[in-house]
Design a binder for this molecule. Structure first.
Ligand code: PLP
Length: 434
């Protein structure tokens, strides 16, 4: 399948080119030329299928023409070696737990799939070695670093703001060694992102190193996120035959939501989506006013959603031909401040004996408030509550324990390269460390 750029002025790219480039040369985001409808037979038996069988079918619809089925199936199976359970919390409200992967965040799915796909290109398709550059405010760095750990032919540079990520998050990408290099930048997350952008723009650097991005702009990272929408639906159908299924998605860069929209366009019977925002409400504002005004992000307790200029917004516009009414028919939005998020964590703990993380709490609230009679709601829990231990403990007034695998990261020794916020020094470091 070919991929076009949302800016429409770059040549079509093959899947491999789109993955290795990340961003199109005209700075647009790549989109698949067609979205294949899945067969009624598939939906007829979906309730009897497990996660990997569902994911193999969805993956084939996207990537079947680009990679032999046997290898694609192996990549899918290898990516999804953990559960994504659907649990009932209240009448009509279900949670899809996306945090049982190696770094306890939903980004594991996309990061692992992308790593295995790139590795296939390097091993089987004579793709030259690739350098993955990723800026992180915490969760992306850990998922990408762990997803690519030990993958031959690929080196990963994680840029993160010194002193501004939690210890748990930092330990997950600074203690790995091998092909993972942590660059500790004296600056903010925005500075890290600007440095990554500057690196992609630098022709000399790109001539010397094959640079790509592992943020959700990369098609190999965001498309696989559609797998679990099908799996959630299948699990719901095992329990009841709901007709109007609503997904509530905690949203930052909108990659997760966009993957859900792709699932709907492939025929998954989703009634509608709710995009949950924290105080970074650019998308909420667009849905309510039709105006899109990106702005600097503000800090909240759901920090993985602190995004002021969501990168996948252009994909949503493209999918709906820039028609605000059409977007609004499929998606509505709610926004919450830190106080409301804290109260939700506390209330759900008390009434349902279920522990939410701040991101999932946002999506829970949006569903609770937005659900109409006759609808069944599923919200996505995108991170394990223990990753936000202090916040969560303060809400419920008691301590929680870290899962063993998470605690194990904290025991290892940190190794990082401190760098000032200076592109020329970063450039030198990238070349020296490559
Ligand atoms: C990245 C992230 C989000 C936001 O997902 P997007 O695809 O960027 O919208 C939400 N919750 C958690 C825990 C995350 O790590």
């Amino acid at each position: 399948m070919n991929y076009y750029s949302t800016n429409k002025t770059a040549p079509l790219a093959s899947f491999q080119e789109a993955v290795v480039k990340g961003l199109a040369p005209d700075k647009g985001l790549y989109m698949p030329e067609t979205i294949q409808q899945l067969s009624p037979d598939f939906f007829g038996m979906i309730a009897d299928l497990g996660l990997t069988d569902i994911a193999k079918t969805v993956a084939e619809a996207f990537f079947g023409g680009d990679i032999p089925k046997e290898q694609l199936d192996a990549i899918v199976t290898d990516t999804l070696n953990f559960d994504i359970p659907l649990k009932k919390i209240e009448e009509g409200i279900y949670v899809l737990e996306l945090f049982h992967g190696p770094t306890f965040a939903f980004k594991d799915v996309g990061a692992r799939f992308m790593a295995r796909m790139l590795s296939y290109f390097v091993k089987e398709q004579q793709q030259e070695d690739v350098k993955v550059l990723v800026a992180t405010s915490g969760d992306t760095g850990s998922a990408v670093a762990n997803g690519f750990l030990g993958v031959e032919g690929i080196q990963v540079f994680v840029l993160y703001p010194a002193g501004k990520v939690s210890h748990i998050q930092e330990a997950q990408f600074t203690t790995l060694g091998q092909n993972i290099v942590a660059l500790e930048i004296e600056g903010t997350f925005d500075d890290c992102q600007a440095l990554v952008k500057a690196s992609f723009m630098d022709e000399e650097l790109n001539r010397q190193l094959n640079l790509t991005s592992a943020n959700s702009i990369n098609v190999a990272r965001f498309l696989p996120q559609s797998f679990y929408y099908f799996h959630a639906y299948a699990q719901l159908m095992q329990q009841l035959s709901a007709e109007k299924v609503v997904f509530s998605v905690p949203s930052g860069n909108l990659g997760n939501l966009t993957a859900g929209l792709f699932a709907k366009h492939m025929g998954l019977p989703v009634h509608r989506f709710i995009a949950a925002n924290n105080r970074n409400d650019v998308f909420w504002e667009y849905l309510h006013t039709g105006k899109y005004s990106p702005r600097p992000s503000v800090q909240t307790i759901a920090n993985a959603m602190d995004v002021g200029a969501p990168s996948n917004f252009v994909r949503i516009l493209d999918l709906y031909n820039h028609d605000h009414q059409a977007v609004s028919r499929d998606i509505s939005s709610k926004r919450y401040n830190d106080e409301e998020i804290r109260t939700a964590i506390q209330n759900v703990w008390l009434t349902s004996d279920y522990l939410l993380d701040p991101h999932g709490a946002c999506a829970y609230l949006a569903l609770k408030e937005g659900l109409q009679p006759g609808e069944t709601g599923i919200f996505l829990a995108t991170a394990h509550p223990a990753k936000f231990r202090e916040t969560v403990e303060a809400c419920i007034g008691s301590t929680i324990s870290l899962p063993d695998r998470l605690a194990a990261f904290m025991q290892r020794e940190k190794e990082s390269y401190p760098l000032p916020n200076d592109f020329n020094l970063l450039k030198k470091a990238l070349i020296d460390l490559s």
